[in-house]
Unconditional design. Structure first.
Length: 277
């Protein structure tokens, strides 16, 4: 089953390519399903006073959904398009997030932690945020946010669960066991939520040079029975599906035989050989 459930487009400000360009590229690649999943608008900072090009403006959200639905209908029979959103978890803003989620006919919503307060730990312009901080304390804060995000039940699957490692800032080898315990606690929270998790292949192109999450975390996720889905996190049409062949091989290596797909917030597991189970 050729799927990609994590993509970003020109509306978010830091990606290129229109939604239809992604659709046409997915058809060229022979994909079965394409998830359109741009970033939720910023809700906890004033966009005009924050870093530019972080997410689509709030007024663009209905236009985004309308265009996704139009493309879903236009390309019916050629490509199965699923309408999604990457919904940032911001502690203290759960009600606002829930309104955005419930106001639109999503097929799925990705739960991702990018922000610790006003610091986006995944933004290359903000790596100075690590200065003067205890790396283990940052990891602890991050994985605490992941647990809280999973516990909300707002999301259909959790995205790039260990994105905190992106720029290779973090605790040293002597604190590896503490990090493992943080990872396990986060995965246990996802398992308790009954939701799924993605294998996000984009980490292979980032400084960490490793998918999100790591093989170590994937093995634990499988042990816990967490359903898995796939995403390239493409920010331009040419990157659609990038590294997903490696992601599928990794899943096969650790014994995963099926992946999660979503429609109207309902999860369906499909075999990698394209047959539903």
């Amino acid at each position: 089953m050729q799927i990609d459930y994590h993509t970003h487009h020109v509306r978010c400000g830091h990606a290129v390519g229109g939604l239809e360009e992604y659709v046409k590229r997915a058809i060229e690649l022979g994909m079965d399903q394409l998830g359109l999943s741009d970033h939720m608008p910023l809700i906890h900072v004033r966009a005009e006073e924050y870093y530019p090009e972080m997410a689509m403006p709030m007024e663009e959200l209905p236009r985004y959904v309308e265009e996704c639905l139009m493309l879903k209908e236009r390309y019916k029979g050629q490509l199965d398009i699923r309408v999604g959103l990457e919904g940032d978890y911001i502690e203290g803003y759960e009600e606002q997030i829930e309104r955005i989620i419930t106001d639109y006919p999503w097929d799925y919503v990705i739960g991702s932690v990018h922000f610790l307060g006003e610091w986006d730990i995944t933004d290359h312009r903000q790596i100075h945020g690590w200065e003067g901080k205890d790396p283990l304390a940052v990891y602890t804060q991050y994985y605490d946010a992941v647990q809280k995000a999973a516990a909300t039940g707002l999301y259909d699957f959790m995205g790039h669960l260990d994105a905190i490692k992106r720029f290779k800032f973090g605790p040293g080898p002597e604190q590896e066991q503490e990090v493992i315990e943080l990872e396990k606690a986060a995965l246990a929270a996802v398992a308790r939520s009954g939701k799924a998790m993605e294998l996000n292949a984009s980490g292979l192109s980032k400084p960490c040079e490793e998918m999100f999450p790591s093989r170590r975390m994937l093995v634990e996720a499988v042990r816990l029975g967490i359903p898995l889905t796939l995403g390239s996190d493409a920010h331009q049409p040419g990157k659609l599906g990038e590294h997903l062949d490696q992601a599928r091989r990794l899943l096969t290596e650790i014994g995963v035989k099926e992946v999660a797909t979503f429609e109207k917030r309902k999860r369906t597991m499909v075999l990698l050989n394209d047959k539903e189970v």
